[in-house]
Write a protein that binds this ligand. Structure first.
Ligand code: PXL
Length: 278
């Protein structure tokens, strides 16, 4: 069996980070090791959430894994709680990121042009340095702009603007940035990326669902990681993740009993497996 390690928080309620990554990746037949960076009662879009920082556990977990000789097919990081955690994650990349392990960074820290509660611009810049150690980085438009320290171009930024931003991300060392949640020139919704090793832009969009929710970036990055480790090419994995995430958003949009803090990703797992030919 393939094995990945994913490093992000546990939000007990909120359907994001580990409570999304673990079920999605496991369902596709991959062993999913987790490194919880913090435990929160809910994600940070609620008020009054509890936050237990687990930074002090990260190095002992790494060292024990090293002693046991565990190997991983991918390392996938999401929401990180502090500057120190970013540094420690780099040491996980150094320790476990060779032998062909994919390093995937979702710099989950912002949306709608604004950083999530508790983050500042220094954190955003530092996240850029972690993305620079990844094979693929998956920022949304807000995160891309914040890592660069440039003005937020808006959710409807043009493809030309996004291409300039992609090149700027390469200039700060990010080999293969893929901006998610973008609206393409033909009005479809999807991603645009730039593979600097091939000097090639890639993009894909599907019909937009008029509904926005938290946690969709986490669903996207988890489905992408699962697809890649299941043997899909980077482009095919990005497309599968876009199709699956859009199905999750549509399912939620059509559900009169939906919750307002996350998407119905569970109900579309059979569709993800179908996309993967399972
Ligand atoms: O979905 C990203 C995410 C992950 N983890 C925590 C969050 C959020 C978004 O708000 O608050 C704790």
């Amino acid at each position: 069996m393939k094995r990945i390690a994913t490093i992000q928080d546990i939000s007990c309620i909120g359907k994001c980070s580990l409570t999304v990554a673990l079920p999605i990746i496991s369902a596709t037949g991959i062993e999913t090791a987790i490194v919880p960076t913090a435990v929160l009662s809910t994600h940070t879009q609620f008020s009054g959430f509890t936050f237990r920082d687990l930074t002090d556990d990260l190095e002992p977990i790494r060292d024990h894994w090293k002693k046991e000789g565990f190997k991983f097919d991918a390392l996938y990081t999401g929401y990180l709680g502090s500057l120190r955690q970013i540094d420690i994650v780099k040491s996980y990349f150094k320790e476990f990121g060779n032998d062909g392990a994919f390093k995937i960074v979702d710099p989950a820290m912002a949306d709608n042009g604004k950083l999530y509660y508790g983050f500042d611009e220094a954190f955003a810049r530092e996240m850029g340095t972690l993305c620079a150690e990844s094979d693929i980085a998956l920022p949304n438009i807000s995160e891309a702009a914040l890592m660069l320290g440039i003005e937020y171009p808006g959710e409807e930024a043009s493809e030309d603007t996004l291409k300039v931003i992609l090149k700027q991300l390469v200039n700060i060392g990010i080999k293969f940035p893929v901006i998610t949640g973008v609206t393409l020139a033909d009005g479809t919704f999807g991603f645009i990326g730039y593979d600097s090793s091939k000097d090639e832009f890639i993009k894909y969009g599907i019909e937009k669902v008029p509904y926005k929710s938290h946690g969709t970036g986490d669903v996207y990055a988890s489905a992408f990681t699962a697809s890649l480790v299941n043997g899909k090419s980077v482009y095919d994995a990005l497309v599968i993740a876009a199709d699956y995430t859009t199905a999750c958003i549509r399912n939620t949009y059509n559900d009169p009993e939906r919750v307002n803090y996350a998407v119905n990703f569970e109900l579309e797992i059979p569709y993800l497996l179908k996309l993967l030919g399972k």
